[in-house]
Write a protein that binds this ligand. Structure first.
Ligand SMILES: [Ca+2]
Length: 450
């Protein structure tokens, strides 16, 4: 067994710090985006392993989180939207934190780990976080002061979430500042026992609110906008559609810059909160016995294809950041460009900690990559999306290609050569030269359990 856990003394149990960031696409200095300020994410990446091809299984909050927190794919969880709690479809599933809790770890969640439901009156959904998963779970709210400041809605109020606020007050006037504070408090209190601490940062998710000092990092005129290439082919109508699109199309360049700036401000705010938790690991000498996982729950478009949201199966939405630190990992500080899926996190953490996971998990432990990030690995990563009347999209990503079928292919098929066309502008699905590739990838997509 290559497990890092097996290299350690008998009975020594590793802690887990599991940080989920909401709607965070691969925008960070360590991902090559030089204009964003993310020193804490970058130092974690320099210490651990940055995954460059990590994919969510569904590009919306609840289905993505329900998948990686149960280790099961969306077709198995039955969670394909934001309205149904996973305990409704899988009352007895053992979640990732629950496995640790039932194995003697102290488990806690601050902020949004599982998707937050507004109405939570079921005994099973205590504290909006799935009562069986955590010994303690809390969601915080901004203070009155943190709701004041300078900002506006970019659609004249027609799309309610589409607003930003350079807020008065300091970090702890925002929910994420309180998340960090409680996480540090938890570490101080429970440093001597095995723990699984989940921290769910809500920013850069909308509405785009952060203390003003983070907006001040980014003069609005300095924000660079994406430009869709002139030779792009028309998008399939299913891929980008809906009432929001008409509002996005009205944005002026100034409004586009304001949107992206606010997303950057939220990312830097989140980074600073992460930094407080990482600092606590140093101060409390916890790095040598604590695994750290940092991920975004799915990606995001910042204006590419005229879209300012998630909920597509393009690379921008399907791919998301993932950084892992494990004590004793052989390839510390190296990046990994092999395909990994978020459904792999459950078996990975179970193996690192020497726990026996449920037998029906659908991911594969990525522990071998932590020792050798260049070794041959997964052939494919799968991501889905449901665009309501726009159809259900299923995509498969290999190291070379992305292939998508809408409603089983009845509503459209897309094929992109990621090597030649990383922006996914030229759909090759109807290209005769690609007929064999389409056939092969369609079969791979049909076999998406693997
Ligand atoms: Ca999300």
């Amino acid at each position: 067994m290559i497990s890092a856990a097996s290299d350690r003394g008998p009975g020594e149990r590793l802690n887990v710090l599991f940080v989920t960031v909401d709607d965070w696409r691969n925008e960070a200095g360590c991902y090559g985006v030089k204009e964003i300020h993310t020193p804490n994410i970058d130092r974690l990446a320099a210490k651990g392993m940055r995954f460059d091809r990590a994919y969510c299984q569904f590009s919306v909050c609840n289905p993505s989180r329900s998948s990686f927190l149960t280790g099961l794919r969306p077709d198995t969880t039955g969670i394909l939207g934001n309205t149904i709690h996973f305990r409704k479809t899988m009352p007895d599933v053992v979640t990732l934190p629950q496995l640790f809790r039932e194995s003697g770890w102290r488990t806690a969640s601050f902020g949004k780990t599982f998707h937050v439901f507004r109405k939570t009156n079921s005994q099973d959904i205590v504290g909006v976080n799935g009562g069986r998963s955590f010994d303690e779970a809390e969601i915080f709210k901004a203070t009155e002061r943190g709701r004041q400041g300078e900002g506006r809605n970019l659609t004249g109020g027609r799309v309610r979430w589409c607003s930003w606020l350079a807020a008065d007050g300091d970090d702890e006037d925002q929910a994420d500042g309180q998340n960090a504070r409680e996480a540090v408090r938890f570490l101080e209190q429970h440093r001597d026992r095995p723990f699984f601490l989940a921290v769910g940062f809500h920013k850069p998710h909308d509405p785009f609110i952060a203390p003003k000092k983070y907006f001040d990092l980014y003069p609005v005129d300095s924000i660079r906008l994406p430009r869709d290439p002139a030779d792009r082919e028309a998008d399939l109508p299913l891929a980008i559609s809906g009432s929001w699109k008409a509002e996005f199309d009205k944005f002026t360049d100034r409004e586009r810059r304001e949107f992206k700036r606010a997303y950057y401000a939220g990312t830097s705010f989140m980074d600073a909160q992460l930094g407080k938790v990482l600092d606590a690991l140093s101060r409390l000498h916890l790095w040598d016995n604590t695994i750290v996982v940092l991920l975004g729950d799915h990606g995001y478009h910042l204006g590419e294809r005229g879209w300012w949201n998630k909920n597509t199966v393009f690379e921008l939405s399907a791919r998301s950041p993932l950084i892992v630190w494990a004590p004793g990992m052989k390839a510390a500080g190296q990046p990994c460009s092999r395909l990994v899926e978020f459904v792999d996190l459950y078996p990975t953490l179970a193996e690192l900690c020497g726990l026996r996971p449920p037998g029906n998990l659908e991911g594969r432990s990525a522990v071998p990559l932590l020792a050798d990030p260049a070794r041959p690995w997964k052939k494919a990563a799968y991501t889905q999306v449901n665009r309501g009347r726009g159809g259900h999209g299923r995509s498969v990503r290999t190291e070379r290609w992305r292939y998508i079928e809408w409603d089983g292919g009845k509503e459209g098929v897309e094929l992109y050569d990621e090597r030649q066309d990383p922006g996914e502008w030229h759909n090759l699905a109807a290209d005769e030269a690609c007929a064999d590739t389409v056939k092969e990838l369609s079969a791979l997509l049909g076999n998406s359990g693997g």
